[in-house]
Write a protein that binds this ligand. Structure first.
Ligand SMILES: *Cc1c(COP(=O)(O)O)cnc(C)c1O
Length: 374
């Protein structure tokens, strides 16, 4: 069997182990410590926004949970959420006893559709319930239509939780993704553009909110010599060992973005002669980290032919995210749909996109797809 090619696998830069070694040598194995502070300030600096404060946590999902909580989401609330996404964007809404209401995508970026969003808000208001928050996502690293979506959110006074789990390194009109929301989150899960083996971050608009997030993430201990609690807390804080991996990864983040963008360019160069395959273009003003290169094929059958031909050759690919409004677990959720995300799910495919792919791997993927198409 020929070499396995993964969709997106961890890619260490080299400096990670020295940060971990330092943590061992100084016995900063737990709790918190210099790597956590260092990783947080590395991210803060990278985001180039002096008004953002970063709290590193055990996962992007934990960050979404705390972000929603800090936006005031509670039992019985409704939260609007981009339907085409990974389930982790929506699950934390239910952890708080609130209900997700799903919003379909537009065709230009595959993300939340501003028109559908406004239709949904008006309809919820007419039914007597104002949505408590909006969860937006930069899917596959492509910034959503931020101006249009945020204009509507502002108009109706609804805060945005920006799920930037896939978009560290992307930007919109010169500003980094992860700085647009009233709260924003990042993920450092194993398949993301940088990884700490598992981890995430909440990005807050003030020092007070960051401190509140850290307080909740460390069991909500009151400032007393004994253990005293006035609120329900969580055990969500990132460890000093894990943060050491993150510090090493921050040194290679821009190189990873470059590699992933080159994957996209290569695929596009070699496959765009085929009318059956379409690529997602960057709108003017958007810069995508191209976390995953995705294609939209002309039919479900063709998509499956390509996927299975790749699998036969030990190459991992995957259909696009199945929209949340079509997931069995959310079958009773309200949704505002226009057909875009269902069509993308039916015909779309994510191609191997790791920053550590070799030219050989990319050549193999392209030649197998060409064989299917010819
Ligand atoms: C990966 C991902 C998450 C969850 O992050 P974890 O760190 O794996 O918990 C949330 N939203 C999106 C869009 C993701 O891709």
């Amino acid at each position: 069997m020929c070499k396995k090619v993964w969709l997106s696998s961890p890619h260490m830069g080299g400096a990670e182990q020295s940060f971990i070694k330092e943590a061992f040598e100084t016995n900063w194995v737990a709790p918190l410590g210099p790597n956590v502070n260092g990783f947080e300030s590395d991210i803060q600096e990278y985001l180039q926004d002096d008004n953002k404060y970063v709290a590193t946590l055990i996962s992007g999902t934990a960050a979404l949970h705390l972000g929603l909580k800090l936006l005031g989401v509670t039992q019985g609330d409704e939260v609007l959420c981009q339907s085409m996404t990974f389930a982790a964007s929506a699950n934390p809404i239910t952890y708080l006893g609130a209900s997700p209401i799903f919003i379909d995508s537009e065709r230009r970026t595959w993300n939340i559709c501003a028109e559908q969003l406004e239709i949904a808000i008006k309809d919820r208001l007419a039914k007597g319930k104002k949505p408590k928050a909006i969860v937006t996502v930069h899917l596959y690293g492509m910034p959503y239509e931020i101006d249009e979506v945020h204009k509507i959110a502002r108009q109706y006074g609804i805060p945005i939780l920006e799920d930037s789990a896939e978009a560290l390194g992307s930007s919109y009109k010169g500003f980094k993704c992860g700085t647009f929301g009233d709260m924003s989150i990042l993920s450092f899960n194993g398949n993301k553009i940088i990884t700490t083996s598992g981890g995430g971050a909440l990005i807050a608009p003030s020092k007070e909110l960051k401190d509140k997030a850290v307080f909740l993430a460390t069991q909500a201990k009151d400032n007393e010599p004994h253990y005293q609690h006035s609120e329900i807390g969580f055990n969500y804080r990132m460890s000093n060992i894990v943060a050491g991996i993150g510090r090493g990864q921050m040194q290679v983040l821009d190189a990873h973005v470059n590699n992933r963008r080159n994957n996209y360019t290569f695929y596009k160069q070699h496959l765009s002669e085929f009318s059956e395959i379409k690529f997602l273009e960057e709108p003017v003003g958007s810069f995508s980290n191209r976390w995953l290169t995705c294609i939209e094929t002309s039919s479900f059958d063709l998509r499956e032919k390509i996927r299975l031909a790749l699998a036969d050759n030990n190459i991992e690919s995957r259909p696009l995210w199945k929209p949340m409004h079509s997931q069995p677990v959310f079958k009773n959720a309200i949704a505002y749909v226009n057909g875009v995300s269902d069509a993308l799910f039916e015909r779309g495919l994510c191609l191997p996109s790791g920053s550590n792919l070799e030219q050989d791997d990319l050549d193999r993927v392209v030649s197998i797809i060409k064989k299917v198409l010819k």
